[in-house]
Design a protein. Structure first.
Length: 93
């Protein structure tokens, strides 16, 4: 007999669905204790942002992109340290 009976077909479907349900149940139970991928991604993104902000803070403290301005005593204009004012006064620094 080479034919597939309805009984065998139903048995196969029941076994496949049963195994699938079992694996889903196991995965759900593990998912509660473990961190799911979405939470892991959110945590990684938070760490990246925190690290980037930390780097920028360190650079600013060591004198990176920000420059100090000095007020010219003769004309009152603010010029960057070490540069010359419009009136010719050389700012210290
Ligand atoms: Zn000046």
């Amino acid at each position: 007999m080479m034919g597939i009976s309805l009984g065998k077909l139903i048995f196969t479907v029941v076994v496949v669905v049963g195994v699938w349900t079992l694996f889903k149940a196991i995965a759900r139970r593990n998912g509660k204790t473990r961190v799911n991928p979405a939470q892991r991604a959110a945590r990684m993104a938070e760490d990246t942002v925190r690290n980037r902000m930390g780097d920028r803070g360190d650079k600013g403290r060591s004198g990176g992109d920000a420059m100090d301005l000095v007020r010219c005593p003769s004309c009152g204009a603010f010029t960057a340290e070490g540069s010359t004012c419009q009136c010719g006064w050389k700012a210290p620094g």
